[in-house]
Design a protein. Structure first.
Length: 211
């Protein structure tokens, strides 16, 4: 059982119950997941991930594209519920990523913490980023990424976020040592619990998007 499946199994077996505006969930608070290179390989090779769509989405994010129609044009429909535009969401913050990665590659300082913050207090948004902070640290010429996720849909969002972080790591001219995830609230929606159990038994499943 890879580390992604381990967190799924823990939510199913030990998760608490909660209800929000999107429905009922099973959740855990303040979970930490440390992924080394072998863990990433197991997850990314073993999980059905829309790689091409996620890469195209990240490219649009970093260009600051906020028009939902342009995401549709690369096959990404999961932002349709936001309306015509993503307001104060991922594009606003990820458009600073190229400048940050360029700075990291120019300096490669082991004594410095490089941080990308995603989100602001008191602003109107139709999709607050689930990833609130990405920190880049270099030690012994190796890159370590730490990401703080304020909220994580373990069925759909979490594997996509892991893949995004891996893609971001390839933009930095250092060997990736690992990615650490700080999951403030990691959850499975009630209508995906049975499908999660089937996934853990090795079956192919398609999860429902809860918006």
């Amino acid at each position: 059982m890879n580390k992604y499946h381990q967190i799924l199994d823990k939510i199913v077996s030990e998760g608490n119950l909660q209800e929000n505006k999107k429905g009922k969930i099973k959740y855990l608070l303040n979970e930490k997941v440390e992924l080394q290179a072998i863990d990433l390989l197991e997850i990314l090779e073993g999980q059905q991930i829309a790689r091409n769509k996620l890469k195209a989405e990240l490219d649009l994010f970093t260009l600051g594209v906020d028009r939902v129609k342009e995401y549709n044009e690369v096959g990404v429909q999961w932002w349709d519920y936001c309306g015509e535009y993503l307001v104060n969401s991922y594009p606003k913050y990820f458009e600073h990523l190229p400048e940050l990665t360029e700075k990291i590659n120019r300096e490669l300082r082991s004594s410095k913490n490089y941080v990308l913050f995603l989100g602001e207090n008191g602003v109107q948004t139709n999709q607050q980023p689930c990833v609130s902070l990405i920190q880049f640290q270099i030690g012994n010429n190796e890159l370590e990424i730490t990401a703080y996720l304020r909220s994580s849909d373990a069925s759909l969002g979490l594997p996509s976020d892991i893949y995004d972080l891996f893609l971001i790591s390839t933009k930095i001219q250092c060997r990736l040592k690992g990615i650490t995830l700080m999951l403030a609230n990691v959850h499975i929606y009630e209508n995906n619990v049975t499908k999660t159990k089937r996934l853990l038994r090795g079956e192919d499943v398609k999860f429902n998007l809860n918006v």
